[in-house]
Design a protein around this ligand. Sequence first.
Ligand code: GTP
Ligand code: MG
Length: 169
Amino acid sequence: MSSINHKIVFLGESAVGKSSLVIRFVNGKFSPSQEPTVGAAFLTKKITIKNVNYKLQIWDTAGQERYHSLAPMYYRGAGAAFIIYDITSYDTFEKSKKWIEELKKLGDPDVRIALVGNKIDLVEERVIEKEKGQEYAEKNGLMFFETSAKTSENVDKLFIEMTQQLQSS
Ligand code: GTP
Ligand code: MG
């Protein structure tokens, strides 16, 4: 059975939930004690949308600063990038802007970028309002989502909408 391959990269500060989102999507699981990624992890997932088969090749990068210099290896050649922040942390939102700037400068010129605010289950701890993320995304021509890897809210949507975007090129 033939399928269309798409390379997707996850970027963002450490502990925002990149691995948790990818594992939720690929394996349908969530761990409250997910360990920090070392270097990067590679996962694949096959999905079918409107009778078309896709194979998503997902690079889940490590957010810890000491791995920053490795990132270009993973975002180069990627058709899509998800930039994740944690809605309970202002610093991670600021860091996501830095990632977007870097991608726009050094990534492939036609890379599709989505900004993603994760951990929306932590309602009481929210510091970044949805509008704030949305506004930044709109100004910079990015897709925008809010997700929870814990409850799985919007996680499938993230991948499905991005795959459809990639297809409409
Ligand atoms: P690095 O690999 O170091 O870059 O971190 P990461 O971005 O991959 O974060 P990871 O997925 O390891 O998650 C960090 C912590 O946040 C873990 O304890 C997760 O269980 C927790 N976490 C991730 N997503 C969510 C979420 O949507 N809600 C809640 N409440 N916790 C989450
Ligand atoms: Mg990780």
